[in-house]
Design a protein around this ligand. Structure first.
Ligand SMILES: O=C(O)CCC(=O)C(=O)O
Ligand SMILES: [Mn+2]
Length: 227
């Protein structure tokens, strides 16, 4: 084996932190940048913070306007605002509709990570005030959609993947344009803004697997500036 390539299994078995160096930023399309393994070093701290957030604002499967169907990913939020869905539509709310309480504050470690990733992808001055946390069980997916509910489209979206790998679909500005498939693995951070800010995107059903830290699921943190 090439001595520069670290076997992730060996690290997991030895119980050592994943010390693989982050690959260079890869621009997939103008404004769409993949930072491979960028969040690996923080993943245990992030997992603990997600547990605290979910204790105050539990994961739930939002109902949608599509004849009352529920999202297949379970969701919660932290930050000043939270993304929500119900039969009437999609909206940002300052309070968790299930508990009536404000969403848990966004941990500094989260906003620091998201801002640094945005800078690494070429977006200065990103100020996330929402972190939507998506939890995918095996088989859960997210259909093609645009993130267009945020008034300031100069601010990018920063998307952190943890746990089981998934195929992300990166499409065009219309639903019918063909999408490229991108493998998102544990620790990968995908940033899309500028000319890619309104690209359609989604994830294919999560395939069976087991991550050493997150088990048979995938977590996605989607940082946005809303309102
Ligand atoms: O899970 C992902 O990678 C994408 C999530 C997403 O697009 C969203 O929450 O709007
Ligand atoms: Mn999205």
């Amino acid at each position: 084996m090439d001595p520069c390539i670290v076997d992730p299994e060996a690290f997991a078995q030895a119980g050592l932190p994943d010390a693989r160096p982050a690959a260079a930023a890869r621009t997939l399309l103008p404004g769409a940048v993949l930072l491979s393994r960028y969040a690996c070093a923080q993943s245990e701290a992030i997992a603990a913070l997600i547990d605290r957030i979910a204790a105050a604002a539990p994961f739930r499967h939002f109902e949608t306007p599509l004849r009352g169907a529920r999202m297949s990913a379970a969701m919660t939020n932290c930050g000043e605002w939270g993304w929500t869905a119900d039969r009437r539509g999609y909206q940002y709310c300052a309070r968790d509709p299930d508990t009536g309480r404000p969403w848990p504050a966004m941990p500094r470690a989260f906003s620091d990570l998201a801002e640094a990733a945005a800078r690494a992808a070429g977006f200065e001055a990103f100020h996330p005030n929402v972190c939507l946390i998506n939890r995918y069980a095996i088989g859960a997916r997210m259909g093609m959609h645009q993130d267009k509910g945020e008034p300031d489209l100069r601010q990018p979206i920063v998307s952190v993947s943890l746990g089981c790998p998934v195929i992300f679909q990166l499409g065009g500005m219309t639903r019918s344009e063909p999408a490229q498939r991108v493998l998102l693995e544990h620790g990968d951070v995908f940033v899309f803004g500028g000319p890619s800010r309104l690209r359609y995107h989604g994830v294919l059903p999560l395939r069976a697997g087991a991550d050493p830290l997150f088990g048979a699921q995938r977590i996605n943190l989607t940082f946005r500036h809303a309102q």
